[in-house]
Design a protein around this ligand. Structure first.
Ligand SMILES: Cc1cc2nc3c(=O)[nH]c(=O)nc-3n(C[C@H](O)[C@H](O)[C@H](O)COP(=O)(O)OP(=O)(O)OC[C@H]3O[C@@H](n4cnc5c(N)ncnc54)[C@H](O)[C@@H]3O)c2cc1C
Length: 418
């Protein structure tokens, strides 16, 4: 195992899903040097997915902590909660905290995540207008949803649609306002977009696509209505989710290569400095399934990238980063799951499941399956994850009249017989 010099070791900036995965893997792989995590939020590292899938007023209700405090203590991990890293000096190999402390490192891992894009309209700062990224945001929204109200969700992406269903379940009247002509326009295939829209409308969520929010108006400092280019909407709670931007300013100011994320190589090392790695939402990386560099915002990506970097620094074997991307979104009664990368596909085939609530779409490029979306069909999603990583690749002909689940079973039987 590597043995760092005194006063150095590994410094991780960011105590989210990816930062946690780094330190878990480091200690799991036997790394014995000093490990310090700077986490600017004043609470134990937590997972974000439950924040948009439930409404609660107390953190315990959301159950988001990744591990208890004892995990860090028992592994001698110096978890510096509420401490912000303000600057990075790559020549001196040291970071400086917001309070001016200088901390040297042998390896630095940037796991700074992303921040929500602000809503660029007048009135976005009124009471009752919320972004949703942190646990505190979720608790404020949970409090606002205690009594049924008029809720306007700005942004028809994953987080907006999940939250719309949470608000409906609380008895609120909910309108989703989306600027694009379709929901989830960049994230899922048009066939599934339509299906999801119908499903949300059936559940009583009003959906306005191709609609721009122009301003938000208040009464006595509290939100009162949302003015759109299609007319006004009453609102006593507005939640917006219009995308996120990577927190890459530390790297940029230190002179590392940055382009909508910290640019890293296939081992997730900064292309500018091999002693610095970047993982999770803040990293832009090569991937065998992508045309160029990509940046992913998903739990799978944060966990797998953190684990690879932790193992590599500990001296273990670390191949190139090539984990299959996968993702889920629970939108009320609908569980959407995606495996693979859908960008630039030439054929999308929609396949009904064995119940009306189940649906899958298979996306092909150059005669091979590259991505699979499923609704309420976890077994098909799991089969997709297996088959997308297997050789030979799945062709359109393999799936003529077959599901992935059936194909996976057939291939297993063939292997057993061979
Ligand atoms: C509401 C919501 C729901 C989601 N649902 C899903 C889902 O269902 N499925 C899925 O796959 N993904 C989901 N995601 C995405 C997923 O949570 C993220 O991709 C994942 O959290 C990324 O982990 P990360 O560690 O890179 O970033 P984060 O979790 O954002 O952690 C980064 C941390 O670093 C801290 N930090 C930043 N800069 C500094 C600094 N200079 N000094 C100290 N600390 C710093 C930040 O404050 C933050 O706490 C969801 C995200 C949100 C917001």
């Amino acid at each position: 195992m590597s043995a760092p010099g005194a006063g150095s070791g590994v410094v991780v900036v960011g105590g989210g899903q990816a930062g946690f995965s780094v330190v878990q893997a480091l200690r799991g792989a036997g790394y014995e040097g000093p490990v310090t995590v700077f986490a600017d939020e004043p609470r134990l590292p937590y997972q974000r997915p439950p924040l948009s899938k439930k409404a609660h007023t107390e953190p315990e209700g959301l159950g988001v902590d990744l591990v208890p405090e004892s995990f860090y203590r028992e592994r001698d991990i110096d978890l510096r909660l509420g401490e912000y890293v303000a600057a990075l000096d790559t020549a001196a190999r040291a970071v400086t905290t917001g309070s001016g402390e200088r901390v040297p490192y042998e390896h630095l891992v940037l796991a700074t995540g992303a921040r929500n894009r602000p809503l660029p309209v007048p009135g976005a700062d009124l009471d009752g207008v919320h972004a949703l990224r942190s646990l505190d945001d979720a608790l404020s929204i949970g409090r606002a949803l205690q009594t049924p109200r008029d809720v306007v969700v700005v942004g028809g992406g994953f987080i907006g649609l999940e939250l719309a269903q949470v608000a409906r379940a609380r008895g609120a009247r909910v309108t989703v306002v989306e600027l694009a002509d379709r929901l989830l326009s960049r994230a899922v295939s048009p066939q599934l977009q339509e299906h999801l829209r119908e499903r949300h409308e059936r559940d009583g969520v009003r959906i306005l696509t191709g609609t721009a929010v122009e301003r938000i108006e208040g009464k006595d400092g509290q939100v009162h209505q949302v003015l759109t280019d299609q007319g006004p909407l009453p609102a006593d709670l507005v939640v917006y989710g219009i995308g996120a931007a990577p927190r890459d300013e530390l790297a940029r100011e230190a002179g590392l290569a940055v382009d909508d994320g910290v640019i890293v190589d296939e081992q997730l090392r900064s292309v500018s400095d091999p002693r610095i790695s970047a993982v999770g939402d803040c990293a832009r990386h090569p991937h065998p399934h992508a045309d160029g560099l990509i940046r992913l915002e998903s739990v799978q990506n944060a966990i797998d990238q953190g684990a690879l970097v932790g193992r590599r620094i500990a001296g273990g074997a670390a191949g190139p980063y090539e984990s299959l991307p996968w993702f889920w979104s629970d939108q009320g009664p609908v569980k959407l799951q995606i495996a693979g990368l859908r960008a630039s596909t030439d054929e999308v085939r929609v396949v009904p499941g064995d119940t009306p609530e189940r649906l899958a779409s298979y996306a092909f490029r150059d005669e091979r399956l590259v991505a699979v979306e499923t609704l309420n069909w976890p077994a098909e999603h799991l089969a997709a994850r297996r088959l997308l990583q297997q050789d030979p690749p799945v062709s359109p002909a393999d799936l003529a009249g077959s599901t992935l689940g059936a194909l996976a079973r057939a291939r297993r039987t063939k292997e057993v017989r061979a």
